[in-house]
Design a protein around this ligand. Structure first.
Ligand code: GLN
Length: 477
């Protein structure tokens, strides 16, 4: 089996002709076939990936290949790729084909990555277990009786099961960090506005962010470097200087100050996760990191605020799926109103419908002030908590999830219980700040445990710097 720990090692082995890119892609394809039961992919681009492998191999030998030369990447099926299916794991888009390519995906292609296929996810990225897909749940590669987490479950499973090098996911309330934690890999949600959302099917536009899953911090840094940057097609993408995250990784001059938000270690957190995180904190102290307790007093309101604001935005964003313009149209279409109603009723799954109804309710004229406006005000308070905390510390360290991966079917009948699995991740999206999941070991059932690092807006390098120290120095001894 071809094996390497990150992209720079892969490139070295390719240059030494230890294996060819075509062999590498073939190996991924046969593993995808072997692990078909995971249900990680919605579509595969077999011929194109093999052909690209040959082209990129030639570029490598000529020395003209881009930064991601030969990196095999899977894309969450909410991102557009020209002439490829874009289903959002929904029946309503089952036969829809994209007319253009998302900026994030194009940037990967421009740096000579190889796109291998599109991954399964919760329908329109709404969910925490990947059980809301119209094409069936994704199984956790570590234990197939358990969920991968969601909504980017297919992307997380694909990296964890070694079905590709890296994948892209999206994170509106935790959909990169939570499945990364459940599957035992790295997953980064960038600062809101750092990566263009052009070509991403919108769920909650003021929350959605696109980011990578990988098996090393180094690969996360490299892919982020390619993804980041202003895009004139996305008016919320920010004009900041682009940073060379992969070289910043090697700067260990700076001793980061670490904050532990006490609200994240309260009731509901699994004892095993708590103990594991405390042992990492202890090791950081031994390495002379300054660690202090901080408070984010509005944490308890995060889930409610998140579910009011995101459902409001979703109800508006999903209005476009009306049977007329995209995808599925019901046969029950004797009048215009009937066509809208039946297409949406038959096309959307139950979680998506629940959110559209909740969102429509919180935006309705009689309730707008009580719910939507109030939630906007609380969002500001949550953000202010972070601003205050980051005036004292560089990075916040928390658990990523309250439990390890739960059983398939365990929470499907109780949406509130399901929503609570996002308790540690939604705040970062409310505040627009970046976060990363670092796998730090296993529980007694051999299930991965994740640690979350959060930093102030546009300070991804601090997450990566501490992440690499954890990966290479703390978790190895
Ligand atoms: N699990 C959360 C939700 O259901 C987050 C989803 C996401 O980040 N896309 O909304």
């Amino acid at each position: 089996m071809i094996s390497y720990k990150n992209h720079s090692e892969k490139l070295r082995l390719l240059n030494e002709e230890k294996f060819s890119l075509v062999e590498n892609v073939q190996e991924f394809l046969s593993r995808i076939e072997e692990r078909k039961k995971l249900n990680a992919f919605n579509s595969l681009f077999v011929e194109e990936a093999l052909q690209r492998a040959e082209e990129v191999q030639q570029k490598i030998s000529k020395g003209s290949a881009g930064k991601l030369a030969g990196m095999v990447i899977a894309i969450k099926d909410v991102l557009a790729i020209k002439d490829k299916p874009l289903t959002c794991s929904s029946k309503i888009l089952e036969n829809f084909t994209s007319l253009y390519t998302a900026t994030a995906v194009q940037k990967l292609i421009d740096e000579d990555a190889i796109i291998i296929g599109k991954t399964n996810c919760d329908e329109f990225a709404m969910g925490s277990s990947n059980e809301n897909s119209a094409f069936g749940a994704v199984k956790n590669p570590v234990d197939e009786t358990r969920v991968t987490g969601g909504s980017s479950g297919g992307s997380a499973a694909a990296v964890a099961a070694n079905l590709c090098d890296v994948s892209l996911g999206t994170d509106t309330g935790g959909s990169i960090r939570q499945p990364a934690a459940f599957c035992g890999i790295y997953g980064l949600k960038p600062t809101y506005g750092l990566v263009s959302r052009f070509g991403l099917t919108a769920f909650a536009s003021s929350f959605d962010s696109i980011g990578p899953f990988a098996n090393s911090v180094e690969d996360i840094a490299l892919v982020l470097e390619v993804l980041a940057g202003h895009d004139k097609n996305d008016s919320t993408s920010i004009k900041t200087e682009t940073k060379s995250y992969s070289t910043l990784l090697r700067n260990d001059e700076q001793k980061l100050r670490i904050g532990i938000p006490k609200e994240y270690f309260a009731e509901g957190l699994s004892a095993e996760i708590k103990v594991k995180i405390e042992s990492v904190i202890q090791k950081l102290k031994e390495k002379n990191f300054s660690v202090e307790e901080v408070s984010l007093p509005h944490t308890e309101f995060a889930i409610a605020t998140y579910y009011i604001l995101t459902t409001a935005e979703a109800s508006s964003n999903l209005a476009r799926f009306d049977g007329a313009r995209y995808g599925y149209r019901s046969k029950q279409s004797s009048s215009l109103a009937k066509m809208y109603k039946s297409s949406r009723s038959e096309g959307f799954g139950s979680e998506v419908k629940r959110r559209i109804m909740l969102g429509t309710y919180v935006l309705s004229s009689g309730y707008y002030d009580a719910y939507y406006k109030k939630a906007q005000q609380v969002r500001r308070k949550i953000k202010d908590d972070f601003i205050k905390a980051f005036s004292k510390v560089d990075v916040l360290l928390t658990p990523t999830t309250p439990t390890t991966a739960f059983k398939l079917g365990e929470k499907t009948t109780d949406p509130l219980e399901m929503y609570l699995s996002d308790i540690f991740t939604t705040s970062a999206n409310l505040a627009g700040i970046p976060g990363i999941n670092i796998p730090i070991g296993k529980d007694k059932n051999n299930l991965p445990i994740g640690l979350q690092l959060l930093a102030n807006q546009f300070e991804e390098e601090k997450l990566l710097l501490l992440g690499v120290i954890l990966e290479n120095e703390i978790l190895t001894d």
